[in-house]
Each structure stands twice: as structure tokens, then as C-alpha cells.
Design a protein around this ligand. Structure first.
Ligand code: UD1
Length: 421
């Protein structure tokens, strides 16, 4: 198993090109199941999660090829299976989202209940209720969801009791090929939802309102192939912006949609870093000799502050001159990075959904373990700021969602390397 070893204390200086969004890419890959024509995705990140999804799609009979320049070709001319087995789904929760497309196209599916990061219970009840509203019959059998929709899915009004990114996307995909109109109320508004709708619409779907709470989908009989560019990854961009603020230096993020991180920039500025934006780049500057300022934050559904940046934000607050209060509203068990940050010298007290972070002057290098995908990024930033050597184990979490992280940071002067354990 690989580990990342960091010799900390060097400011970050340089440019970082942001990759295509993981969370969008894996759903866009599943879209190929909705058409027998080829789908080309560009600006695709090369990640463990995209490989996992590729493996699952191949199992279903999809031809999956990667091309030059971050391209991926997916062709589901015919499907050889409608079953997504446990071994393939457990690696990544989002792979559960093949259920809806399989139901829409083949009118049946058998999909294992998902795995993914252990950041809370993360049930799929909203997904299943949405499929039932669209006319599917759902049964649970030996850890599998067995679903069927004789005669095809039918448009429906679906009101989500709370906002779910995955369930909104799932309903949108399935409803695209349902008979009649579907209206989603209290839909998630994340940029990845808009990306998915844009791709589906380019294939001939009729989706209006993606990015708003009410989404209307007029079902069509057939979707065609297309070529579509994945939106830049706002979480990767936010992670590097926070790393630059935590460690200090001058980092320019390139190929970034700064408007997708509207909740982050004012908070980074409040912490004491300078943020300058133009159309496709963001510059983060901070003098490493000055102390950061404490900032309170709470996670919210988009356009609020993203839960996927909470751990990285906390790493920054650990070095502030004062007390920050960080509240996690989306997932009930997303503070697993705290004991690891404490190993590096942080002073954090967690009570329920709140973490009280009392800033310390510096981190000290130590061996730590990555506990989930985004938490591992917070440990990298802390390690880069720390005095001495930090080694981060279980980096397979990191490889799920960050493309060439040690190369991108190494290009900014970080002393970081990957080692075989
Ligand atoms: C997606 C993102 C993840 C991000 C999260 C919230 C992907 C691949 N992952 O995850 O990185 O952290 O959005 O922005 O896009 N819930 C239920 N029942 C359901 C579905 C969700 O109770 O059927 C709960 C979850 O446990 C969680 C909350 O709803 O507490 C929000 O989850 P959701 O928005 O669905 O997150 P994901 O789509 O899994």
C-alpha cells in the first residue's frame, strides 16, 4: 500500500491546473447507459473512482476506452447484464446510480446496496422512493435492490424531504427516458447537477430548471450520443486554495470555475489570505510569516459551504490565532480527521456536530492515517505546513478523488513523495 511522505515547512508557489470534477464525471459515465450511441467525455479526471465506475460499466456490457487528452469513450450499444454486483458497487457509493438508467432502459435492475466513504450512515432511501414514484417496484433481497418497471418508467411529481445530490441526479437520469413529465421539488442545486442536465440535454433530454430547487423533466423516447466536457472540480480547486492559505505562498489555480466556490472565497479572505480572481483563474496569496485569523463555518447544501471542504478548512483553522467553530450539518460522522490533526499538534474538541478548534502556532510532523477521501486532503495540507516529516497512510482514499496530487503540489515547491509501504 502506498503512503505519502511530506517534509513540511516550505511555502507553496506556482500554478495548479484543476481537473474535471470527480463527482460529475462518475455520474456522466453512468449516463452512457441511457443510449445505444457512443458518448465521449472530455476533461475527464483519471482517478480510482472513474476506474471503478468504468469497471462496473464494462461488467454491464459497455465498451469503455480512454483516449488522449483526458478523453473517455463509452458505448453501451447493447447491455449484457442488468446486475451491479457487491464487489463492484461497494468501492464507491455513486455506482449505485446505475440503478435508474438500467431501469429506464431495460426496465429492470439488480444493484447491490452501496459502500463508499464511511462518513455516516448514508442510506439510499430517497433514491429508492424516487424510483418507486417513477413506477418501479422495489424489493430488497440479500443486500441487493431488485427493481422492475414493467412497461417502463412513468413521469411523476417527486418531493424530496431534504436535499440529496445523489437522489436528485438519480431521478433526473431515470426521468429523462420516462413517459411524460417529472417534476422534482426540493432538488439539490450543486453545479454537478447542472453539468449532468447539460449533458443529458445535449443528448436530446428535455430538462429545465437544473440548478434550482424545482426541476422539470419531459421524458423522451430516445437519447443520442454526444461529446461533453466535464465541469472543473470545485472541490479540488477549494482544496488547493485552502492548502495555499494554510501553508502560505502564492498559488494560481487554473481551469477553475470561481463562481462555483462563492461560499469559500470570503472565508479564505477572512482568514487572512488574499484572493484575486479573473475569468478562469484564482490567485491565493498569504505571507507564511503572519498568523491566520480564526473563522467560523457551517456546512450546507449548495450554494452553502461544501461538506467536502470541511476537513481542509479545519486544517487551516488549526493554525489560526484564536478559536474557530466548525459545524457539520450534512453528514453525522464527518470529523474522523480530527484525531489525526490532533496527532499533528492541533487542539480540537468535538461535541456532536460541532468542532471547537483552538488555533496553535504550528503543526509537528507525525505518522497519520487517511480516514476518508476529503479528510486525507486535510492531512496533506497540515503536513505541508508542519515542521518535520509527516507520513500519511491509506492514501488509496486520496487516489479516489485527487488526480496527481503529489505532482501538482510538487510543482509548487512542496517536498512531497509517494512511497510503497
Ligand atoms: C454527494 C457527493 C459527496 C458530497 C455530498 C454532499 C458524489 C459522488 N458525492 O454525495 O462528495 O459530500 O453529495 O454534498 O457526488 N441521505 C439519506 N438518504 C438518501 C440519500 C441521502 O438520508 O437516500 C442523506 C445522506 O446520508 C446525507 C445527506 O442525505 O446525510 C446528503 O447526502 P447526498 O446529498 O445524497 O450525498 P451524496 O449524493 O451521497
Amino acid at each position: 500500500m502506498d503512503k505519502i511522505v511530506i517534509e513540511g515547512g516550505t511555502p507553496l508557489n506556482g500554478d495548479i491546473t484543476i481537473s474535471g470534477a470527480k463527482n460529475s464525471a462518475i455520474k456522466l459515465m453512468a449516463v452512457c447507459l441511457l443510449t445505444d450511441e457512443p458518448l465521449e467525455l472530455t476533461n475527464m479526471p483519471h482517478l480510482r473512482d472513474t476506474r471503478s465506475m468504468g469497471g462496473l460499466l464494462e461488467h454491464l456490457g459497455v465498451k469503455v476506452e480512454t483516449g488522449p487528452g483526458s478523453r473517455m469513450f463509452l458505448h453501451a450499444a447493447t447491455l449484457s447484464s442488468t446486475e451491479a454486483p457487491y464487489d463492484l458497487v461497494r468501492k464507491m457509493r455513486a455506482s449505485f446510480n446505475v440503478l435508474g438508467p438500467l431501469l429506464a432502459r431495460e426496465h429492470k435492475a439488480r444493484v447491490s446496496l452501496p459502500g463508499g466513504c464511511a462518513i455516516g450512515a448514508r442510506p439510499v432511501d430517497l433514491h429508492l422512493k424516487a424510483m418507486e414514484s417513477l413506477g418501479a417496484t422495489i424489493e430488497l433481497e440479500d443486500g441487493y435492490v431488485v427493481a422492475s418497471a414493467k412497461g417502463g418508467l412513468k413521469g411523476a411529481e417527486i418531493t424530496f424531504p431534504f436535499v440529496s445530490v445523489g437522489a436528485t441526479e438519480h431521478a433526473m437520469m431515470a426521468a429523462s427516458l420516462a413517459q411524460g413529465e417529472t417534476v422534482l421539488y426540493n432538488a439539490a442545486r450543486e453545479p454537478e447537477i447542472i453539468d449532468l442536465a447539460n449533458c443529458l440535454n445535449a443528448m436530446g433530454a428535455q430538462i429545465v430548471g437544473a440548478g434550482r430547487s424545482e426541476v422539470r423533466i419531459n421524458g423522451v423516447k430516445k437519447l443520442s450520443g454526444t461529446s461533453y466536457a466535464v465541469v472543473p472540480d470545485r472541490i479540488e480547486a477549494g482544496t488547493y486554495a485552502l492548502a495555499a492559505a494554510t501553508v502560505g505562498g502564492k498559488v494560481r489555480l487554473v481551469n477553475v470555475r470561481s463562481d462555483h466556490l462563492g461560499s469559500l472565497w470570503p472565508l479564505i479572505a477572512q482568514a487572512g489570505a488574499k484572493v484575486t480572481m479573473d475569468e478562469a483563474s484564482v490567485l491565493i496569496e498569504r505571507n507564511p510569516k503572519t498568523r491566520l485569523r480564526p473563522v467560523d463555518v457551517e456546512t450546507q447544501a449548495y450554494p452553502g459551504f461544501p461538506t467536502d471542504l470541511q476537513a481542509q478548512f479545519m486544517a487551516m483553522c488549526c493554525l489560526a490565532d484564536g478559536v474557530s467553530v466548525i459545524r457539520e450539518n450534512i453528514f453525522e460522522n464527518r470529523f474522523m480527521h480530527c484525531p489525526e490533526l490532533i496527532r499533528l499538534g492541533a487542539n480540537i474538541k468535538v461535541t456532536g456536530r460541532e468542532a471547537i478548534v483552538r488555533g496553535v502556532k504550528e503543526f509537528h510532523g507525525a505518522p497519520v492515517m487517511a480516514t476518508d477521501l476529503r479528510a486525507s486532503a486535510s492531512l496533506i495540507a497540515a503536513g505541508l505546513a508542519a515542521h518535520g516529516e509527516t507520513s500519511i497512510g491509506r492514501v488509496y482514499h486520496l487516489d479516489r478523488g485527487f488526480e496527481h496530487i503529489e505532482v501538482k503540489l510538487g510543482n509548487c515547491g512542496a517536498n512531497i513523495r509517494r512511497e510503497r509501504e
